[in-house]
Design a binder for this molecule. Structure first.
Ligand code: PEP
Ligand code: MG
Length: 743
C-alpha cells in the first residue's frame, strides 16, 4: 500500500499546472494514492493559528472553521516542533485535541507532516485511517515530498497568508536576543539569501539530475579550495590565517559524502537536484534544532551553509547584488564561509536568528569586530530589504525600523562612542599608569590567530591568556603537533618582545569538540580541562611539545587551567619539564604557572607558591565555584559579583601571600575588562590584567585618572562595612563618580 511517488508526483505536477483551486484536488489525490480515508491540509494563519483549509474524508463543513493553536493537539505539536508525528493510535496520544465538528471519531491512526519553507512552518499535512497504521520510512519520505510541493503551492495560491500580514511592515519592532559581539551598527537591511523561490521541483530525468548534482558538488569543492587557498597562512594578515583554521574545518564537513548520498536518494525519489538539496538542507535544519550538543549543532549548521552553497552552484544564482554601504545582514543561520564573504562585501552588523555565542559565526564576528546579535527569532518574518535596522550588540537586541527618536538616540550613542575612541586612540602605545604613578600591564585574551592584530590596534602589553582550545574548536578537532606549533609560533611572532601566556587545552563544560558526548550531570565540574590532560598524558605531552617547538629557543610561559590541587600542578609541571629536556633548542626561559579557578587552591597557597612561577586568577570560573552560580545562566548574573566582600577578601589574601613569596599574580577573567573592576583590582595590588581587546583602552583611560592612594582607604572602609551586602559595587561606583572618573 505504499505511495507510488513518481506517479503521484507527476499527477501533482499536472494538478499544479491546471487547477485553479488545487487544495481540494490535492487532498483527494493524496488520499486516493495512499488508499487512506482522510487527507487534510491545515494552513497557518496570523496569530499562530492553524486552520483546516481542505479535507478529503472529514466533515466538509469543518473547513475554515476548525482551528488549533500552534502547539495545540497533534497538528499543533507537529507545527511547533516541525517534526513528523506518525501515530497508529492517535486518539490516545496525550496531545490529542478532539474536534467534534470534524467527525474524526472513527479514525484511529494519524500522520502529520509539517509544511515548511525557508525555516517557517506554513501548515500541516495530515493523513488519517480507520485502521491503526504506522507509515514506513519510504512512505514518510514520500509524504514529505508532497509537503514540500505544498510549501511551494500555498503562497502561490494565497492560501498561506503567512505570519507577517497584519503586523504592519512599517511599524518599529524590537527583537530581544543575545549579544554575540558588542557594539552598535545602524544601516539598511540586507537579507541573507537562503530563500529561493520558483525552483523546479520534479525531475524529468533523475539520472541527468544526479549528474548535475555531482558536477555541482565538484565545482563547489573546487570553489572552496580556492577560497581557502586564497587565505594564505603565510600571508601578512594573522586574521586571514585564522580564517583558514575555521575554513579547513568547514572543508572537512564538505568532503563528508554522507549528506550528498542522502541528496542522491531524494533525487532518485523524483525530485530535481535543487529541490533535493533544499529538502536535505531542511532536514538538517530540523534535526539540528533538536540536538542538545552545541558543537554538534554548529557542525550541522556548517552543513546547512554548504547546502546553500551547493544550491547557488546548481542554480548559478549570484548570491547577492550590490551591498549598500554599512548594511545590516539578517540571516536565519550563517556559516563561517558566508560571514567572511559578507564581511568582505562591507556589512557593518549582523543579526542571526539561530546562533549561539560559541558558534562559528559568533567566534568570527568577534574576531572581525562586527557588532552581532543572535536568537532574534521572528525578525525574518517582518524585515524587508532596505528597512533601517540597529544592531545593539551591547544589549543583545535588534531594532527594526526604529522611529526617529530611537534612531537619533542610537546615532548619538554611536557618535559619542566614536569620540571616546578617538580620545582613547591617543592612549595606544602609552604605558598604563594611574594618576599616582602605579604602573600596570594590560594584556589581551586571545583565542584565534585572527585576533592577534588587536595587539597593535590596542597597544596591549602582551597576551595574558592564549586560550589554545579555541582554535581546536574552530577546526573541530585537535590539531597535530606541527599544526599546533604553527598556531602558537604565529602568536609568538606577532607578539615579538611582548610576553605570551599560553594556557593548555581547557576543553569540556561549555567548550566541547564536535561529537563529544557528555554524560555528566554537571560538566562544568566534571571531567574537563587539565583533568583530561592528566588522564590522557599523551595528548597533553603533544601540546607541550608543540609549545616548546613553537618557542624555538625563545622564552616560553605556560599555565594550566582548572588546577584543584598542588599535586595536579606538580604532575603537569613535571610533564612540561620532561618534554623540555627532549626539545631543542630549549627555551631561553621557561616559566610555568597555574590558573586559580578552583577555590580549594586558596588553602594550598604555601605549597603552591613554592612551585608556581606565577598565578593567573580565572575569575569567570572562580566566581562560579565560589558562589555556586553557573556562569552561563543569565538569570544568575545578579547573584554574584567580583566587587563583593568574599571575592575581594580572597584576592587580598592571595596578593599578600604571593607578594611575600615573590610570585606574580595576574587576573584574566572578563571582569578585568570593566574599568571599575580594574580600578579595584589595581587597588588590591593586582597590576597585571588580561582581558578582551575591547577593554584595554577604556580601562587604561580610567586608570590614568585614578589616585589609588586615595581610593585604597575608601575601599577598605567599604569592605569593612559591606559584610551583609551581596555586592559592593554601588559605593565603589559612587566614589568614582564623585571624583569625576569616566565610569
Ligand atoms: C576564567 O575562568 O576566568 C578564564 C579566564 O577561563 P575561561 O573563561 O576560558 O574558562
Ligand atoms: Mg576558566
Amino acid at each position: 500500500m505504499t505511495l507510488a511517488p513518481r506517479r503521484l508526483l507527476s499527477r501533482l505536477r499536472d494538478l499544479r499546472a491546471r487547477a485553479a483551486a488545487p487544495l481540494p484536488e490535492l487532498v483527494r489525490l493524496v488520499a486516493a494514492e495512499l488508499v487512506s480515508e482522510v487527507c487534510s491540509i491545515y494552513v497557518q494563519r496570523p496569530g499562530d493559528i492553524l486552520e483546516l483549509a481542505a479535507t478529503e474524508g472529514l466533515n466538509p463543513s469543518a473547513v475554515g472553521t476548525t482551528r488549533l493553536r500552534v502547539g495545540e493537539g497533534i497538528v499543533g505539536l507537529c507545527a511547533a516542533t516541525a517534526a513528523v508525528m506518525n501515530l497508529p493510535d492517535a486518539q490516545n496520544h496525550p496531545a490529542f485535541a478532539y474536534r467534534p465538528e470534524t467527525g474524526e471519531d472513527p479514525f484511529a491512526s494519524l500522520i502529520a507532516v509539517p509544511v515548511r519553507r525557508s525555516g517557517r512552518t506554513l501548515g500541516v499535512l495530515v493523513v488519517q485511517n480507520r485502521q491503526p497504521r504506522h507509515f514506513n520510512d519510504q512512505e514518510v519520505d514520500d509524504l514529505e515530498t508532497v509537503a514540500m510541493l505544498l510549501a511551494e503551492l500555498l503562497p502561490a495560491i494565497g492560501a498561506a497568508e503567512g505570519t507577517t500580514e497584519g503586523l504592519g511592515a512599517t511599524v518599529p519592532r524590537v527583537f530581544a536576543g543575545i549579544s554575540l559581539m558588542t557594539g552598535i551598527a545602524i544601516g539598511p537591511v540586507v537579507l541573507h539569501a537562503t530563500r529561493r523561490t520558483g525552483i523546479k521541483l520534479l525531475a524529468d530525468d533523475p539520472d541527468a539530475e544526479l549528474v548535475r548534482l555531482h558536477e555541482a558538488a565538484e565545482r563547489m569543492q573546487r570553489g572552496l579550495d580556492t577560497l581557502i587557498a586564497d587565505v594564505s597562512p603565510s600571508g601578512r594578515s594573522a586574521e586571514a590565517s585564522a580564517s583558514r583554521e575555521v575554513l579547513e574545518a568547514y572543508r572537512l564537513v564538505a568532503a563528508d559524502a554522507g549528506w550528498l548520498r542522502r541528496v542522491g536518494d531524494v533525487i532518485r525519489g523524483g525530485l530535481t537536484a535543487e529541490a533535493a538539496v533544499q529538502r536535505v538542507a531542511g532536514e538538517m535544519h530540523d534535526r539540528m534544532r533538536r540536538i542538545p550538543d552545541a558543537y554538534l549543532r554548529e557542525r550541522l549548521a556548517d552543513m546547512e551553509d554548504l547546502a546553500n552553497r551547493l544550491l547557488t552552484t546548481l542554480t548559478g544564482d549570484e548570491p547577492r547584488g550590490e551591498i549598500p554601504p554599512g548594511a545590516i545582514l539578517l540571516a536565519r543561520r550563517l556559516g563561517p564561509a558566508e560571514l567572511l564573504d559578507w564581511h568582505a562585501a562591507g556589512i557593518a552588523g549582523v543579526a542571526v536568528e539561530e546562533a549561539s555565542p560559541a558558534g562559528h559565526a559568533a567566534i568570527l564576528a568577534r574576531a572581525l569586530d562586527i557588532p552581532a546579535v543572535g536568537a532574534t527569532r521572528g525578525m525574518l518574518d517582518t524585515a524587508e530589504p532596505g528597512d533601517i535596522a540597529v544592531i545593539d550588540g551591547d544589549e543583545g537586541q535588534l531594532v527594526l525600523r526604529p522611529d526617529t527618536d530611537v534612531r537619533n538616540a542610537y546615532s548619538r550613542a554611536l557618535e559619542a562612542k566614536g569620540q571616546r575612541y578617538a580620545r582613547w586612540a591617543s592612549l595606544i602605545g602609552k604605558p598604563a599608569v594611574t594618576a599616582d604613578g602605579t604602573g600596570l600591564k594590560l594584556m589581551l585574551n586571545v583565542g584565534l590567530s585572527m585576533e592577534l592584530p588587536q595587539l597593535d590596534r590596542t597597544g596591549a602589553d602582551g597576551i595574558g591568556l592564549f586560550r589554545t582550545e579555541i582554535a581546536m574548536m574552530a577546526r573541530g578537532a585537535i590539531a597535530d603537533v606541527a599544526e599546533q606549533a604553527a598556531i602558537y609560533a604565529r602568536a609568538l611572532d606577532e607578539a615579538g618582545e611582548r610576553p605570551v601566556l599560553f594556557r593548555t587545552l581547557d576543553l569540556g563544560a561549555d567548550k566541547m569538540l564536535p561529537g563529544t558526548v557528555v554524560e555528566e550531570e554537571n560538566p562544568a565540574m566534571g571531567w574537563r580541562s587539565l583533568r583530561v590532560g592528566l588522564d590522557r598524558p599523551a595528548l597533553l605531552r603533544r601540546q607541550l611539545r608543540a609549545l616548546l617547538l613553537a618557542a624555538g629557543g625563545r622564552p616560553l610561559s605556560v599555565m594550566f587551567p582548572m588546577v584543584a590541587t598542588v599535586g595536579e600542578f606538580r604532575i603537569a609541571k613535571n610533564l612540561l619539564q620532561a618534554e623540555a629536556k627532549r626539545v631543542r633548542p630549549t627555551p631561553e626561559r621557561l616559566t610555568i604557572g597555574t590558573m586559580l579557578e578552583i577555590p580549594a587552591l586558596m588553602w594550598q597557597l604555601p605549597e603552591l607558591l613554592k612551585e608556581a612561577d606565577f598565578i593567573s586568577v580565572g575569575s569567570n570560573d572562580l566566581m562560579q565555584f565560589m558562589f555556586a552560580a553557573d556562569r552561563g545562566t543569565p538569570s544568575l548574573y545578579e547573584r554574584y559579583d567580583l566587587l563583593s566582600q568574599p571575592m575581594l577578601d580572597l584576592l587580598d589574601q592571595l596578593v599578600s601571600a604571593a607578594q611575600s613569596a615573590g610570585v606574580p599574580v595576574s587576573l584574566c577573567g572578563e571582569a578585568a575588562s570593566r574599568p571599575i573592576e580594574a580600578m579595584t583590582l589595581a587597588a588590591l595590588g593586582i597590576t597585571s590584567l588580561s582581558m578582551p581587546a575591547s577593554g584595554i583602552l577604556p580601562v587604561k583611560a580610567l586608570l590614568a585618572e585614578v589616585d589609588l592612594s586615595a581610593f585604597r582607604p575608601v575601599l577598605s572602609a567599604i569592605r569593612r562595612g559591606g559584610m551583609s551586602a551581596g555586592s559592593l559595587r554601588d559605593p565603589i561606583v559612587s566614589w568614582a563618580r564623585e571624583h569625576g572618573l569616566p565610569v
